[in-house]
Design a protein around this ligand. Structure first.
Ligand SMILES: [Zn+2]
Length: 78
């Protein structure tokens, strides 16, 4: 009876070893990395969200266009 248990154990171990074999590696090239999403900023005048690259930066604030930057600047009376 003991041997039966040992044999069963051996089968389990062999099965586990088979399973633990190194998994097949797909290709050698890494997948194309997705571009990081651009930071979105809020217009300090009208509050619209848009990419930082398309916004106008003035006095530490972002604006959606030059007109809003000008309006906000003139209203501040700075
Ligand atoms: Zn705006």
């Amino acid at each position: 009876m003991k041997y039966l248990l040992l044999i069963a154990l051996c089968f389990v171990v062999l099965w586990l070893l088979r399973k633990a074999q190194t998994p097949p590696r797909t290709g050698g090239q890494a997948p194309p990395t997705a571009r990081a999403p651009e930071q979105m900023v809020k217009c300090a005048h009208c509050g619209v969200n848009q990419p930082v690259s398309e916004s106008v930066l003035a006095h530490g604030r972002y604006y959606c266009c030059n007109a809003h930057r000008h309006e906000a600047g003139s209203r501040d009376g700075g």
